[in-house]
Design a protein around this ligand. Structure first.
Ligand code: PMP
Length: 396
């Protein structure tokens, strides 16, 4: 059952192998880093560290080349069919990336009476920037209507059957999420494109999908206009984020544009992380983590003391999509009687590191209050899931 390739991959994470008694189950917060990434950081800092974009000597030239090469690498990683038209903008992370799209690109495009569709129950980082843009415009006398993307109760996904009610002739923009950070649901982005037609830009928050499953922007794959993600959740260093823009105009999206000193060491880590992820294969990673997710979900469903967030009957009833395929590496649940911080403490006493605090879900803290979140990456094992289920069973 334990695949050889996975054992080899796990051994490439020094922090994991150094602590066999611990199970890291908080990768949705941040990922661990493989040796290839640590080595790339060390190599960059010991051979080339300099500022980028202003080089008259080899270290500076190598740093400039690193940044430009990583822009190209991001496009390749995303399967960008037209890299000559798109741009890659480096940010500090998803939060800053979404804010950049909202403030520097979206706000100047909107006029009085326009409508935008945004998620009201995903990560707060994918709601606040759009509301802030609306506020900025309101100060200038431009009224923009922000509408909620409808959700399907209990599935964790958007409700594509209700899109007709919110999409109209003034719909100018949609912000959506690829994989939900609480439910692990693989959101149905295709249906959003179908509902809004080919001309309305879609911005995708890929914080929880990048590095976990293929994120490909070819027209037959994810037909979106912006992909925003954080390097630190995809095996690279914190403080490194990406906005990929298919064909955006505006100062922040100038191809090859320089806005101050980029996080060069973070960019070195990102290049190494993308190389590593492509070598292992994001489809293979997705297969592994969704098998673990299914094992955990099925185990939990047998335990009556636990309730899984966003996973009620309707998902099971939607036979068109097998539940297992739609969940990626994230399971949030609560115990009937044990508060989340106690449960987090008990689990850590058994070596499990989980999230047992606010999940930063917009407008829904009360729904996930008292919940803990288990989130996985390629280094997690069947044995860890089974041990976790044994402990959870003993608390029932
Ligand atoms: N969006 C989603 C879906 C997330 O899960 C997160 C991080 N939990 C963010 C945005 C924010 O990412 P960051 O903190 O790296 O900016």
């Amino acid at each position: 059952e334990v695949a050889d390739w996975q054992r080899e991959v796990r051994e490439q994470f020094p922090i994991i192998t150094a602590h066999p008694e611990l199970a890291y189950l908080d990768s949705a917060a941040t990922s661990q880093k493989p040796k290839a990434v640590l080595d790339a950081v060390h190599a960059y800092l010991t051979t080339s560290n300099a500022n980028a974009g202003r080089g008259t000597y080899p270290w500076a030239n190598r740093t400039t080349e690193l940044v430009e090469r990583t822009r190209r690498r991001v496009k390749e990683f995303l399967g960008d069919p037209h890299p000559e038209r798109s741009s890659v903008h480096f940010t500090g992370g998803t939060t800053e990336g979404l804010r950049t799209v909202a403030r520097d690109w979206l706000a100047p495009c909107l006029t009085d009476g326009d409508e935008v569709l945004v998620p009201f129950a995903d990560h707060r980082a994918n709601l606040d920037p759009w509301l802030e843009a609306q506020g900025l415009l309101a100060d200038r006398g431009i009224r923009v209507h922000v509408r909620a993307l409808p959700y399907q109760d209990g599935s964790g996904d958007y409700d594509h059957r209700a899109f007709d009610r919110v999409v109209g002739p003034r719909t100018r923009f949609v912000a959506a999420t690829h994989v939900h950070h609480v439910y692990g649901a693989d959101m149905n982005v295709h249906r959003i494109r179908e509902a809004v037609g080919p001309d309305v830009p879609i911005c995708l928050d890929a914080a929880q999908s990048i590095g976990h499953l293929p994120v490909h922007v070819g027209k037959s794959a994810l037909d979106v206009d912006f992909v925003v993600f954080s390097g630190h959740k995809a095996l690279a260093l914190p403080g490194t984020g990406v906005v990929w823009a298919r064909n955006a105009r505006g100062p922040a999206f100038r191809p090859g544009g320089w806005q101050g000193t980029p996080n060069t060491v973070g960019i070195a880590s990102l290049e190494a992380a993308l190389d590593w992820l492509d070598a292992v294969g994001t489809a293979r990673i997705a297969g592994w983590t969704s098998a673990l997710t299914t094992r955990l979900t099925e185990g939990l469903r047998r335990l009556t003391a636990y309730e899984i967030a966003g996973c009620r009957s309707s998902l099971a009833a939607d036979s068109s999509v097998p539940a297992a395929q739609r969940r990626h590496g994230i399971v949030t649940f609560r115990h009937r009687d044990i508060p989340s911080d106690d449960l987090g403490f008990i689990l850590f006493s058994h070596g499990f590191m989980v999230r047992a605090d606010s999940l930063c879900q917009a407008g829904a803290d009360e729904k996930t209050d008292g919940s803990v979140r288990v989130s996985l990456h390629v280094y997690n094992t069947v044995e860890e899931i089974d041990r976790l289920l044994t402990v959870l069973t003993s608390l029932g």
